[in-house]
Design a protein around this ligand. Structure first.
Ligand code: GLU
Length: 322
């Protein structure tokens, strides 16, 4: 096994350079199937890193609150595992990559009635239906947002305009929800579960908050910013596995192969990356590639991993020295 020693300034310099290089990139388009997202300034760009010792670096627009979108599937999957154990989530939802777009109805049919993973729309709506206490939308919403606040070490709030925009246009997700209900994969009221999912996608989050969430996962459940234990250590490798297998939509395999970084994208332009034991990273820039991954965010994260010679599959023992 390789031993790698990295200094904090090496990590900060690699991130700073990656940010500068990615800032110059053109290409991609804002998501436009949700009207609110189409109108976000495409030039916004932020990059944040939180190391497992709590050291953090921020570059660019890291205090701007953007739509968390699909990245919200990560905290709610963690909450479902906290409430029902990782095995319970495997049995009720599954952990399979679909290889198909995140909102695929076809995937539900192909998986033999199974939502497949809590990190695509079907499984995420199913995960929202699993959150306790059943039947109480307000209490479920509180559980979902309290958990996100614990992971971020600060509260997040709803972007009302985004919520309205998504609720008025989420016809595909309504179809997914009723199909799941038909297959007994919705464990509470279907439209309440869909509404919770739509609301969680409409939360505003900053890049620094997202990096703190990633770092909590990288630290095995203890938030390195607040010091608070948020979830049991046994959940960390499970959520990281889900992120690695499906986090980059249908480019997940190519991404992991190239970057060595388990990462989850959202169509709001955010990307959350987890390198267990080392760091959480987050980047945000609205223009997306054809699979829905932020062009600048993925370029920055890839460059950081390559400059530092890191990768989850490398079998490295990484030590960070002051
Ligand atoms: N709210 C979005 C949807 O359900 C999230 C999609 C995403 O970020 O992948 O379509």
């Amino acid at each position: 096994m390789d031993d790698i020693k990295l200094s904090i300034s090496q990590i900060r310099d690699a991130a700073s350079q990656a940010f500068t290089h990615a800032s110059g990139l053109k290409g991609g388009h804002n998501a436009d199937y949700i009207p609110y997202l189409a109108n976000i300034d495409p030039d916004l760009f932020g990059l944040s890193i939180v190391l497992t010792d709590g050291t953090h670096f921020d570059f660019g627009d890291t205090t701007y609150e953007f739509g968390i979108e699909s990245v919200s599937k990560v905290p709610t999957a963690i909450l479902a595992m906290k409430q029902h154990t990782p095995r319970g989530v495997l049995e009720k939802i599954g952990a399979d990559a679909t290889g198909l777009p995140f909102n695929s109805i076809f995937a539900i049919l192909l998986e033999n009635d199974h939502p497949s993973t809590p990190l695509v729309n079907a499984g995420a709506i199913s995960a929202c239906s699993m959150i306790s206490p059943a039947g109480d939308a307000d209490a479920k919403w509180k559980a979902i947002t309290d958990n996100i606040a614990d992971l971020c070490a600060s509260p997040v709030k709803l972007i009302d305009e985004l919520y309205k925009s998504e609720s008025e246009t989420n016809f595909n997700n309504r179809a997914i929800t009723w199909l799941l209900k038909n297959y007994n994969r919705i464990y509470d009221d279907p439209m309440m579960s869909l509404d919770l999912y739509t609301r969680q996608c409409s939360l505003g989050i900053t890049c620094s908050q997202m990096a703190a969430m990633a770092a909590t996962i990288a630290s095995g459940g203890r938030n390195p910013i607040s010091g608070k234990p948020v979830f049991d250590t046994e959940i960390a490798p499970k959520i990281t596995t889900l992120i690695a297998t499906v986090g980059f939509y249908q480019h997940s395999g190519d991404w992991l192969y190239t970057s060595g970084l388990p990462a989850k994208s959202g169509v709001g332009g955010g990307v959350l990356g987890v390198l267990p034991g080392v760091m959480g990273v987050a980047a945000f820039a609205p223009p997306l590639d054809d699979a829905g991954n932020s062009v600048k965010a993925q370029a920055a994260l890839l460059e950081i991993m390559q400059t530092l010679g890191l990768g989850i599959m490398n079998g490295q023992n990484v030590t960070i020295v002051k």
